[in-house]
Design a protein around this ligand. Structure first.
Ligand code: SF4
Ligand code: SF4
Length: 342
């Protein structure tokens, strides 16, 4: 993994979906991953129960795994609290890769880099042995490029999959040039792509990219490991299917690049357009009450100005898609309420 010098399994474990499991199931999913040879575990301070469950699953074999966690803190004080909490929940005295989470705009990157700011804190934690390597995660291409160019981060995590594939030409070469380890988040576009064979075979062709699929059930990781072990190379029929998939999804698929922003009505457009992926990953009570619910409320206020569509590099019919998503969310919310009442 770049200049960290860490060697990890070809596939990592993404720790978002285990929030939806019971604790017992979550622990056995992590244990199954370890048994299959996975040595890289990704989680975050913001993933509610994830760190604690991982901590329980890896207890007694801490030295066999690389644990990467994240802080979304904007202040040094909060970052200090987050790190202390992560260490406690993970039952460890060091984090292998400590990442700044979701650094998607200039202001946040500045807060990370400012003197005596978040990075300075992480560097001190590194000197104290609490953190071994420092990384950064982003969804925004320009910010990710700037972050790599600072040479302050040892790893970058960025969305990379068969459809959202800009990283292949725009970011990965830069990461290689700066010897920065590359972690691919959303290998299945957060659950929006369902052809695991094609999605993973696509990523396996980049031998220095570490995909970290979010895993909720043992069968999911077993399926991916089987692809890797049996035939990681794409056949010509699969290549044709990949081209068809890209073509079909291209006009209705939000890449979460946020080039459509700023929205006149402050609508978090990409969150709304990719809400199906949150539905697959978040516990239901959070999905209907948290960030996605707020995004849907905002989307219902769309002023129909069309400015976002002018800026979207994929020419998505954003207004039409926002309406569809709001309707879809309302229908799902009603079903959920009926289920809870029953
Ligand atoms: S059309 Fe709607 S979503 Fe797009 S910029 Fe205008 S208000 Fe925002
Ligand atoms: S709507 Fe278009 S510009 Fe906005 S995040 Fe999605 S793909 Fe990017």
């Amino acid at each position: 993994m770049g200049r960290t010098g860490l060697m990890v399994s070809r596939l990592g474990f993404g720790g978002i979906p285990i929030q939806r499991d019971t604790e017992e199931d979550a622990i056995s999913v992590v244990e199954r991953c370890l048994a299959l040879g996975i040595t890289y575990i990704d989680t975050a301070n913001g993933y509610t129960t994830s760190e604690e469950r991982i901590g329980k699953a890896v207890a007694g074999r801490r030295d066999k795994v690389v644990i990467a966690t994240k802080t979304g803190a904007r202040t040094r004080e909060d970052a200090e609290k987050h790190l202390a909490l992560s260490l406690k929940r993970l039952q460890t005295d060091y984090i292998d890769i400590y990442q700044f989470h979701g650094v998607n705009n200039t202001k946040h990157l500045e807060a990370v880099l400012e003197p005596n700011g978040l990075l300075a804190f992480a560097e001190e934690a590194k000197k104290a042995g609490k953190v071994r390597h420092i990384g950064i995660t982003s969804h925004q291409m320009d910010i990710a490029k700037k972050a790599i160019a600072t040479d302050k981060f040892e790893t970058i995590m960025f969305p990379f999959n068969v459809v959202t594939d800009e990283a292949a030409t725009q970011l990965l070469p830069l990461a290689r040039q700066h010897d920065v380890g590359f972690i691919a988040m959303k290998p299945l576009a957060g659950g929006m792509l369902d052809n695991a064979k094609i999605c993973f075979k696509y990523l396996f062709q980049f031998s220095d990219v570490l995909p970290i699929p979010g895993i909720e059930k043992p069968q999911e990781i077993e399926e991916i490991v089987e692809i890797l072990e049996k035939s990681p190379r794409m056949t010509s029929a699969e290549k044709a299917e990949m081209a068809r998939m890209k073509q079909e999804l291209g006009h209705r698929f939000c890449h979460r690049c946020d080039y459509c922003q700023p929205c006149t009505m402050n609508i978090p457009i990409s969150t709304v357009l990719t809400s199906a992926s949150f539905a697959k990953r978040l516990p239901e009570d959070r999905f209907f009450s948290d960030m996605v619910a707020k995004a849907m409320e905002a989307a219902a206020q769309c002023a129909d100005c069309g400015d976002c569509e002018q800026r979207c590099p994929y020419q998505l019919p954003i207004r039409e898609m926002l309406n569809e998503q709001v309707e879809w969310f309302e229908a799902k919310k009603k079903e959920y309420a009926a289920r809870k009442a029953a």
